[in-house]
Write a protein that binds this ligand. Structure first.
Ligand SMILES: N=c1c2ncn([C@@H]3O[C@H](COP(=O)(O)OP(=O)(O)OP(=O)(O)O)[C@@H](O)[C@H]3O)c2ncn1[C@@H]1O[C@H](COP(=O)(O)O)[C@@H](O)[C@H]1O
Length: 111
């Protein structure tokens, strides 16, 4: 059983709200604010770095390292989305619309 403090949906929603609240905060006090102040380029660069670090952790076979890197990826993804004005609900709507459609079938429909 998952309690509200560790439910992934609840955690991501709280983190999204925290990131939104950091907009306009001082970059010295808030790491999130320092990313947002750097605009799309900075947010995308950090997200890309964290994604590569997670990929490297996956091939290393170190599950604890991968888990920590995955948390970094999710945080930096949410910062990048916030900088672009894209919400978790927006992403959920796309994933929801894809439910039940095989990736193979979707790819074939584009050919
Ligand atoms: N979940 C996170 C989170 N995950 C990772 N990080 C930071 O992401 C950074 C990862 O960058 P690196 O590993 O590349 O470390 P680094 O070399 O120090 O980073 P750079 O100097 O290269 O940017 C580290 O500074 C981590 O502390 C996070 N920083 C903040 N949060 C959440 O955001 C909230 C608000 O944080 P502030 O905006 O700092 O108040 C926090 O309470 C947390 O809930």
């Amino acid at each position: 059983m998952t309690d509200a403090s560790s439910d992934i949906g609840a955690v991501l929603k709280r983190l999204e709200a925290t990131i939104a609240a950091r907009k306009g905060a001082g970059a010295d006090q808030s790491y999130t604010a320092s990313l947002l102040a750097g605009g799309a380029q900075k947010c995308a660069k950090k997200f890309g770095e964290e994604a590569v670090e997670a990929a490297l952790a996956a091939v290393s076979g170190d599950k604890a390292h991968l888990t920590a890197e995955a948390a970094d990826v999710l945080y930096h993804l949410l910062v990048m989305l916030a900088e672009q004005g894209v919400s978790l609900d927006d992403v959920a709507a796309v994933l929801g619309a894809r439910e039940g459609t095989s990736g193979h079938d979707e790819k074939a429909s584009r050919k």
